[in-house]
Design a protein around this ligand. Sequence first.
Ligand SMILES: [Zn+2]
Length: 242
Amino acid sequence: MTVETLRYGDRETDYRVASADRLTEKILIHVHPNGDVEVEAPPNREAADIKVAVQKRARWIFENLDSAKDTQTYALPREYVGGETHFYLGRRYRLLVRAEPKAPSSVKLVRGCIEITAPVADKAAVKRRLLQWYRVRADDYFQRRLDHIVAGLEWITDPPPMKMMYMERQWGSCSPVGSINLNVALIRAPRHCIDYVLLHELCHLREHNHSKKFYALLHKHAPDWVATKAELDGLAELLLVE
Ligand SMILES: [Zn+2]
């Protein structure tokens, strides 16, 4: 194993290079949540070759390092105060809190901000309104995505009933009677991640467990589901925190 340094613009990071017998062609780069960068290469690859391959992915590596750092910063319980970062459909928004005794309560998306107006804008009130707003948005958005996805699946004629709840560590589940439960917090994820969870649960309407047949079905309708799942797993800590 060797340690190398990657430079990109004015940034630099160290990375470990290990040779992996199971690899024949590909060089694999991993950016771990703690900020470690690890490169796996086939045993016969030249060091210079590996360096070039890593340099080519420099931008991607630093983007992933930034999001790993975000996770450490943002995966903390929220305070529900102005200036805080909150997520919606994969984007980050700044929370703007306005206490207005006479104005009606509202939650709005305004230029990169989630703006909450309430007569009393303490932590409990802001949290309640924001979580309510996510639920209303999720209800509408998930239903539209569900209708869209169902239209392309031959084993379903009508969209199944959908129930929404806040869950601690699960994005969705499928009940034996054929209804789909979804975590409201999924509305914080990017659309392709939402679609993946919906499709996963819809596949369970035909294949009830995680059998080979189930994964074949999933793969047929979402060939890149592995990458999407990995992305969602990586975001989980950030999106499930309240
Ligand atoms: Zn499943």
